[in-house]
Design a protein around this ligand. Structure first.
Ligand code: NAD
Ligand code: UDP
Length: 338
């Protein structure tokens, strides 16, 4: 298939691009490098030994996106582009609505303009909000508790309404749990700008000596050891979930929301222990109060992905940490080392 990948230079986009090329598809990446580097795409090119098209532009510029689509004529779009920091979304909500909502509408219009009827969208477990029950299945009520989560929820609804305008349209929204890890080669990985918001990139920077200690946000939750529990999923499993979703939308129409997780939760202290084992480095800890808006527990029910996509996660927490450590130790300052 001819697949346009918005945000294809980013963390999840670059790993997915590699698998999409490996599966024989033709790709066009659209990215404005707001949170990524051309170096990631150069590395995907060398790892895949394949070429793909690249257009440096913002998805919110609808006329120019339409022009790009008229030329490339995508048969499907994988939509990663957007802003993703929960804390920042509370400070600049309008920017988040512009990028994540206006960007999605602009994309759907560009797709309509060239007759493209298939989309896979990066959603998030944050759309569920506080758990009524666990694990979160796709039927769980959606009641996000922050602006970022609401942008994902609204974008899902907009895409759902868009599919209703034509029985040939097909959309899969993938609700990711906690993506971590890096490609086995150590050549591509997560490269956060500034202080990492997420647990595993922060631990990796402590291990490499860029930060002195990990702040553990809360050790009085009702969990196995008092620290927060999350469903971490290896980035290569996430990427292969997108390849499976491409196969699915090629054969099915309508709208589906599907969790991508492992179904198993790990506490902060369990992740720290796995990373210490993988890296051979001690991770000094500093206990701090709970982070505002954090859940105690979040993990996925993954039956729907298995049933519809024939997909399930293969890698465990040890491989996730080993692969992050390979990437971090080969690239102590991420793509900026190049
Ligand atoms: P990322 O920031 O690494 O990638 C996003 C990419 O989109 C970047 O390359 C950025 O430059 C690009 N981009 C941003 N705004 C753009 C615009 N207006 N036009 C063109 N390109 C633009 O983030 P990621 O971790 O790879 O996340 C990808 C998607 O998955 C996002 O939509 C995110 O909300 C979603 N998601 C991520 C996580 C996670 O923990 N990483 C979890 C759930 C959902
Ligand atoms: N966490 C932590 N210290 C950090 C970053 C995260 O203790 O520097 C904890 C956080 O409170 C949560 C877990 O690690 O319990 C995962 O956090 P992350 O931000 O990676 O994912 P999210 O909370 O968005 O699911």
């Amino acid at each position: 298939m001819r697949i346009a990948i918005t945000g294809g230079a980013g963390y999840i986009g670059s790993h997915t691009l590699l698998d999409i090329l490996g599966d024989g598809h033709e790709a066009l990446v659209i990215d404005n490098y707001a949170n990524s580097s051309p170096e990631a795409l150069a590395r995907v090119k060398s790892l895949s030994n394949r070429t793909f098209e690249m257009s440096e532009q913002t998805i919110t510029d609808q006329p120019s996106l339409s022009e790009t689509f008229q030329q490339f004529k995508p048969e499907a779009v994988i939509h990663f582009a957007g802003l993703k920091a929960v804390g920042e979304s509370e400070d600049i909500p309008l920017t988040y609505y512009e990028e994540n909502i206006q960007g999605t509408i602009s994309l759907l219009r560009a797709m309509d303009g060239c007759g493209c009827k298939n989309i896979i969208f990066s959603s998030s477990a944050t759309v569920y909000g506080l758990p009524d029950y666990l694990p979160f299945d796709e039927a769980h009520p959606t009641a996000p508790i922050n602006t970022y989560g609401r942008t994902k929820y609204f974008a899902e609804e907009i895409i759902h309404d868009w599919t209703k305008t034509d029985p040939a349209k097909s959309a899969v929204v993938l609700r990711y749990f906690n993506p971590v890890g890096a490609h086995k080669s150590g050549m591509i990985g997560e490269d956060p700008a500034g202080i990492p918001n997420n647990l595993v990139p922060f631990i990796a920077q402590v291990a490499i000596g860029r930060r002195d200690a990990l702040s553990v946000f809360g050790n009085d939750y009702e969990t196995k050891d008092g620290t927060g529990v999350r469903d971490y999923i290896h980035i290569n499993d996430l990427a292969s979930g997108h390849v499976a979703a491409v196969d699915y939308i090629a054969e099915h129409t309508g709208f589906e929301a599907i969790n991508l997780g492992t179904g198993r939760g790990y506490s902060v202290l369990e992740v720290v222990a796995a990373f210490e084992k993988a890296s051979g480095k001690p991770i000094p800890l500093r206990y701090e109060p709970r982070r505002k808006g954090d859940l105690a527990n979040s993990y996925a029910e993954c039956d729907k992905a298995k049933r519809l996509l024939g997909w399930h996660a293969q890698f465990g927490i040890n491989e996730m940490c080993e692969d992050v450590w390979r990437w971090q130790s080969q690239n102590p300052h991420g793509y900026r080392d190049n």
